[in-house]
Ligand binder design. Structure first.
Ligand code: BGC
Length: 459
């Protein structure tokens, strides 16, 4: 998840303070942002990014996730946490982008940009709002979305679980309960039987290594205090003793969740393949560009902890989904603060587009599997920074591919400005802005940058 890196390193900052990065480093942000734009212009001038082709059939896409765009996902754990007191969420998701209704407009945008892939998630809590009670109507809804992709020439890339889970599942302990893999698999099987026929690519879980990354990149201690208070309120509201949500896990839960989520991924992989053996299925992992500083850097220790078991588990899969947003340097004491003067995004992470190439190299070297970039993007209100970021990230990707890393596609996060979890709507990753009242979508210039590269299939 983007934002982890900076939160980790801002131990004295309250991550709930909106825009802490923007205020703490606004000046640096602006001057360094100008530097990024200048670097992009220089690249173009010197032809560094000139017309280099991606392979035929390369997947060019954009991503969204159900809870972040659909709106009114009322049976989910996240909806409960957003609306309880106290909550760690800055604001509730509410109507989000109203994509539950407006998904045809979203698909039209993707088609009109000339992209060929749309990654979205199906919401477990809509499909199974009560344990064992499946909604045929909601399965049909997602079947219509998948058909809608096909009608527009888009390949549907479907995430079976993107963080949010049904409230009943989380009230039973979420991913800490021993029964979690079987509960997840029952849902996956049902969904796969209804939907798999026309899906192009599937992923089981989205960034299930986030709890492990948080252990390293952490949050200021006050964030965990607030989170625990929120979870205690969720316990009271649901009569639970251990309400646990994937995106609000305590450090202790992270260790319990790891083998359970790995089992869930492996079983989900098998069940989806049993329904449709030729469907490529993988798992998406959050992978930063982790760099060593000095001779006794803890980088490799961090890699073993944050990715090791998951990279191993990902080998039960046909590809690895790589989601990259930042780099982190490690010396002998662990992660280092951002380099002085580094440009930062609106979550306080360094703007460092070169990180993508490093992340895919690492994922491929660790698994031997083909890679799909299932997320990469920039949180910023200055779209010119995003426009400069995209070709530079793709330049690094192409360099990794030239070295032999089999990258099958690039899916940008995100199509829309959407609900950025605890941060609410103030953090914007979209290629399109969304009016919060009319839900009108307005493409930003960066969308055309990605579209032009995708149309040429070349930088
Ligand atoms: C998550 C998205 C999130 C994005 C930006 C990714 O890790 O999958 O849900 O919005 O990061 O933080």
């Amino acid at each position: 998840m983007a934002g982890i890196g900076s939160r980790a390193l801002s131990a004295t900052t309250d991550a709930h303070e909106e825009g802490f990065a923007m205020t703490a480093s606004r000046r640096t942000f602006l001057t360094a942002g100008a530097a990024l734009l200048a670097a992009a212009a220089a690249d173009a001038k010197h032809g560094a990014l000139k017309s280099r082709a991606f392979p035929r059939g390369f997947l060019w896409g954009v991503a969204t996730a159900g809870h972040q765009v659909e709106g009114n996902n009322v049976a989910s754990d996240t909806w409960l946490l957003e609306n309880i007191a106290p909550t760690s969420f800055k604001e509730p998701s509410g109507d989000a982008c109203n994509s539950l209704v407006l998904w045809p407009k979203d698909l039209d945008l993707v088609r009109d940009l000339g992209l060929n892939t749309y990654r979205f998630s199906i919401e477990w809590s809509r499909i199974e709002p009560e344990a064992g009670q499946f909604s045929v109507a909601m399965l049909d809804h997602y079947a219509r979305m998948i058909a809608g992709c096909r009608e527009r020439g888009l390949i549907p890339m479907v995430t079976f679980n993107h963080y949010s889970c049904p409230r009943w599942f989380s009230a039973r302990g979420g991913w800490t309960q021993a029964a979690a893999p079987d509960l997840f698999v029952r849902y996956c099987e049902r969904a796969a039987r209804h939907l798999a026929r026309d899906i192009g690519y599937a992923t089981t879980l989205n960034e299930p290594n986030t709890p492990q990354m948080i252990k390293w990149f952490g949050f200021p201690p006050t964030v965990f205090d607030d989170q625990n208070a929120m979870l205690a309120a969720a316990n009271r509201a649901t009569g639970s003793t251990h309400f646990t949500a994937a995106n609000a896990a305590t450090a202790a839960d992270a260790d319990v969740m790891l083998p359970i989520m790995i089992a869930a991924h492996k079983k989900a992989y098998s069940v989806i393949k049993s329904v449709r053996p030729d469907l490529p299925v993988g798992v998406s992992l959050g992978i930063s560009d982790d760099q060593t500083v000095g001779r006794h850097s803890r980088r490799d220790e961090m890699r073993r902890d944050a990715y090791g078991a998951w990279l191993d588990a990902a080998k039960t899969g046909d590809f690895v989904g790589v989601q990259n947003y930042f780099r982190i340097e490690f010396d002998e004491n662990g992660p280092l603060p951002l380099p002085k003067g580094a440009p930062t995004n609106s979550m306080g992470d360094e703007i460092y587009p070169q990180s993508l190439g490093a992340a895919v190299r690492f994922a491929h070297a660790s698994t031997g599997l083909p890679i799909i970039v299932t997320e990469n993007g920039l949180a910023t209100d200055d779209d010119s920074l995003r426009a400069a970021y995209i070709p530079r990230a793709l330049d690094g990707l192409l360099a990794a591919m030239a070295e032999g890393v089999p990258v099958k596609g690039y899916v940008h996060w995100s199509l829309l400005d959407n609900f950025e979890w605890t941060w609410g709507y103030a953090i914007r990753f979209g290629l399109a802005a969304v009016d919060r009242k009319t839900f009108e979508r307005t493409l930003k210039p960066s969308a055309n940058v990605l579209a032009a590269i995708a149309r040429r299939n070349a930088l």
